[in-house]
Design a protein around this ligand. Structure first.
Ligand SMILES: [Zn+2]
Length: 365
């Protein structure tokens, strides 16, 4: 059988719901996601590469086994979702003792500051840079996405060809999202593995991607306001997925017991690390040049160093070969800073809850 998961276009009713007098099933226009309450889905066969789950109302469904399913003791809510033409099963599971205690800040032996940006996706305070691959906004992909969009616009409203064109675009966008997701996991793990604590800036990304405000010319019309440039920049910011990287860093850090310190981002790119002079003119593209003392550095690298310093961990001044953020720390201003944990309520009481996402195989039977 091709594609075992044939989903009905009406809402699923359990026998109990039927008895409660909910009436006939109603048609829904879309069914892209639904969930099963704890205890409804049963994992049947767990093999090396695949497993099967029994989904009430649908039957046995085979899916790609991407994780160690033998760890699962208690299967909580299961969500079935459709992304880009593929169906996914997401299982909320309980794995006792998975999260270690968070390390105390004065036990940290090293800290890494990170500055996220556009030209370089991440600048690390140890001088490394991580590349921005621009999955949706590089020349080739942007052109392809525009082509797919145009194809949809040309198709007749309500036609089957339009639906086909929409599906093609969805597939393309899903692929891009997956590429970004995979790369961001790599980026996050590189950062977390670098040091015992991570200092990141507190960015209000939502505020950064607001559209340009209209400029009135006083006669009921409008002046040019650079709106299309701002839209382009917003697209690039959203393509980078900074928020996603921050989330992944926190999750990996929590799993390793490393604290993530969220520090204020204000003037992090304009402040001189030598004399503390803050000036917009200090920055020239990728170059940092202090107008007060003449200090020169790479702008993004400098910003990440500033953020690492703002974490409030004070390291001994080493004249040896040790990197500057290494050694026994003393704390300063620590109380005023926010140490981020993933889900505070869960943090207080491990056993942890993780998410197991797996793709349901398209071919089955
Ligand atoms: Zn200076």
């Amino acid at each position: 059988m091709y594609c075992s998961v044939i989903l009905p276009s009406w809402t699923l009713l359990t026998p109990n719901e039927w008895k409660q007098g909910r009436g006939f099933p109603q048609f829904t226009s879309r069914l892209d996601s639904f969930e099963y309450k704890p205890g409804r889905v049963i994992l049947r066969h767990i093999r090396k590469n695949y497993a099967t789950a029994y989904l009430p109302g649908i039957g046995e469904v085979k899916f790609h086994n991407s994780r160690d399913l033998s760890l699962i003791q208690d299967l909580r809510t299961c969500t079935i979702k459709r992304f880009g033409g593929n169906w996914y099963i997401s299982m909320l599971v309980e794995i006792p003792g998975m999260l270690p205690e968070l390390n105390a800040l004065d036990l940290c032996r090293a800290v890494v500051g990170i500055d996220v940006g556009i030209t370089k996706l991440v600048a690390l305070s140890d001088g490394r840079f991580l590349e921005n691959k621009r999955f949706a906004t590089n020349k080739r992909k942007a052109r392809r996405l525009a082509m797919r969009q145009r194809a949809i616009a040309r198709k007749q409203k309500g036609s089957k060809n339009k639906i086909k064109a929409i599906k093609k675009l969805a597939k393309q966008q899903h692929k891009i999202a997956q590429q970004r997701d995979g790369y961001n996991w790599q980026v996050a793990s590189t950062i977390v593995e670098t040091a015992d604590a991570v200092a990141r800036e507190d960015l209000k990304i939502k505020n950064m991607v607001k559209r340009a405000k209209p400029k009135h010319d006083g006669n009921g019309g409008y002046k040019r306001n650079g709106g299309s440039q701002k839209t382009g920049l917003n697209r690039v910011i959203q393509d980078a997925g900074w928020g996603d990287i921050f989330y992944k860093i926190t999750w990996l850090a929590v799993k390793m017991g490393k604290p993530v310190i969220v520090v204020p981002a204000k003037h992090s790119s304009q402040e001189c690390p030598k004399c503390g002079h803050i000036d917009k003119a200090n920055r020239e593209g990728e170059k940092f040049l202090c107008v007060n003392c003449g200090h020169v550095e790479h702008a993004d690298k400098k910003a990440s160093r500033t953020l690492a310093k703002r974490a409030g961990l004070v390291f001994p001044k080493n004249k040896s070969t040790l990197p500057p953020d290494w050694g026994k720390v003393t704390l300063s201003r620590y109380q005023s800073l926010r140490v981020e944990t993933l889900v505070p309520s869960l943090w207080e009481s491990p056993p942890c809850v993780g998410n197991f996402d797996s793709r349901i195989c398209e071919r089955y039977g």
